[in-house]
Design a protein around this ligand. Structure first.
Ligand code: F6P
Length: 521
């Protein structure tokens, strides 16, 4: 019997409720949790038994996760549809290839010197970081995360969307003379970034040559844009956009928080690379994150996963993971071109405790079951110890409530004790009942510093990779974003020049409506 079939059988046979699993095994929490550096991960509230874990591990072995992991760190061209190696671990020193190591080291030296010089000169007050997708979400997550360790030396603003509000808000109230604009785009061809870059260039005017730099893997395009090679920091086509925050893409963070903090981030990620490569699969954080997600998705039929960090400074984590996971593994074709099994669940979420007051009603009592990744931080970084305790209490309570639930009998006893009539109890009890048995993983960070953040992000990167191996898909391309971009190009010409292309009647009518609103024919 294949491991897949074995897992299917285990799921179909039904599992004891989580409450019973805990009641029947006093060691469950301990045996299903482990520590990796400053990160503690507790998988015991997942609906997994020892048999399920063994079968999932056998699946990982069968799919050659260990061998493919070695291929990743050896720099093999895993992104075969684009004929590219996948070397993001090399950006944090986890690579055996001397030539790549040198490229990375030289660029680190250059960005460090640039950041130090800017700090010494004291000319700038603000950095405006322009980029979108992988050139934006990672840096934004870091900008928030780093703030737990102190104030930035420079004000850091972001412009991502092609909506004019994005660049307008970013530039509002700034002085071009004291603003450094950093344009980040791997391709340097992304519409949103180019338009925002052009707007910033116009706004900078005579200051452009001193106050604008670019980070890109397409140096020629940045030169064509009008930048001097000395204003361009490169990264390489072997770094996927959503895996690129470790490269010069993180320049704005180095400028705002200093290169040392950025080095800590890289060291944290490198420590997770080492853990991923050496830890046994059952105590391997990326592997266990991947396997429990696969269990929920492919075998328990749970098609979304919420990411809820109980840390305001990690509030961008769910958006970051949305791109990392959904752009990487939102595929339906295997490496040999055939149809795949179900791949990535929908990833979504928001910061706790705010999320409790928005969508947790559905998590507790809705008809769909949504597994949750809870992320908590033990240390008080805000000099508000009472707030920290309240935040932690909320986080732990939610995972307990989702798992434990509240039976109708318990509710009836409570309502009776409150003196409600029998008919009121009958009417109210079903509404106040919680089914429970809803799975979650809790990740606890000892502190929110650059090192731990680096390790956490790297853990999710490797999780994505492990899942792609098991689903047999290419995690490193993103062809699915192209069709919409192409059509947008055609529609933009129609909006600008009144040209007409062939569309369905809905799209044609929408284009006409927009042209009319802009005063067109
Ligand atoms: O459209 C998707 C995408 O290509 C992402 O993969 C990428 O992170 C983003 O656009 C931005 O691309 P670039 O860095 O080339 O501007």
């Amino acid at each position: 019997m294949s491991n897949w079939t074995q897992l299917r059988k285990l799921a179909d046979a039904g599992l004891p409720p989580l409450n019973d699993m805990f009641a029947g095994d006093a060691t469950r929490a301990e045996s299903m949790s482990f520590q990796v550096g400053g990160i503690f991960a507790d998988f015991s509230k997942q609906r997994i038994t020892t048999d399920v874990v063994q079968a999932l591990l056998a699946l990982a072995q069968d799919k050659n996760v260990a061998e493919k992991r070695a291929d990743l760190f050896a720099g093999l061209p895993l992104n075969f549809t684009e004929k590219r190696a996948v070397l993001h671990p090399a950006l944090r020193g986890s690579s055996h290839d001397k030539a790549t190591q040198k490229l990375v080291k030289d660029m680190r030296t250059r960005t460090r010197k640039f950041a130090e010089d800017i700090c010494t000169e004291g000319k700038y007050q603000t950095v405006v970081h322009i980029g979108i997708g992988g050139s934006d979400l990672g840096p934004r997550l870091l900008a928030d995360g780093f703030a737990a360790s102190g104030k930035p030396a420079l004000d850091l603003r972001f412009a991502n969307n092609v909506d004019g509000a994005s660049i307008n808000d970013a530039l509002a109230g700034l002085n071009p003379a004291t603003t450094l604009v950093v344009i980040v785009s791997k391709s340097f061809g992304t519409q949103e970034t180019r338009m925002n870059g052009e707007a910033a260039r116009d706004w900078l005017g005579k200051f452009t040559s001193d106050n604008m730099v670019a980070v890109t893997a397409n140096k020629d395009a940045a030169v064509d844009f009008g930048l001097d090679p000395a204003q361009i920091f490169e990264f390489w086509d072997w770094v996927g956009g959503r895996f690129s925050l470790w490269s010069a893409v993180g320049l704005s963070l180095q400028l705002a928080y200093g290169p040392d903090m950025f080095d800590d981030l890289l060291a944290g990620a490198a420590s997770m690379d080492a853990h991923f490569q050496t830890a046994p699969l059952e105590k391997n954080l990326p592997v266990m994150l991947a396997l429990t997600d696969i269990w929920n998705n492919n075998f328990l039929g749970l098609k979304t996963r919420a990411v809820v960090p109980y840390a305001r400074r990690l509030r961008k984590l769910s958006s970051f993971l949305q791109q990392l996971e959904m752009e990487s593994n939102g595929k339906s074709v295997t490496t040999d071109g055939s149809a795949s099994v179900d791949t990535n669940p929908v990833v979504w979420g928001d910061e706790g405790a705010n999320a409790q007051h928005a969508f947790f009603q559905q998590l507790h009592q809705g008809t769909q079951i949504t597994p949750v990744d809870f992320i908590a931080v033990l240390t008080d970084h805000e000099n508000r110890p009472a707030h920290t305790l309240a935040l932690l209490a909320n986080c732990f309570a939610q995972s307990e409530a989702l798992m434990r639930g509240k039976s109708e009998a318990e509710v009836r006893t409570e309502l009776k004790a409150k003196g409600l009539s029998k008919s009121d109890i009958n009417a109210l009890a079903p509404h106040k009942t919680f089914p429970g048995n809803r799975p979650s993983t809790t990740i606890v960070l000892e502190r929110l510093d650059a090192h731990t953040l680096g390790a956490l992000i790297a853990a999710y990167e490797h999780k994505v990779f492990v899942q792609s191996i098991i689903w047999n898909i290419n995690a490193f391309d993103q062809w699915g974003v192209e069709l919409g971009k192409e059509l947008a190009g055609t529609i933009l010409s129609e909006l600008q020049n009144g040209e007409t292309a062939k569309h369905d009647s809905s799209t044609s009518a929408l284009i006409t409506r927009a042209r009319n609103a802009q005063g067109g024919e």
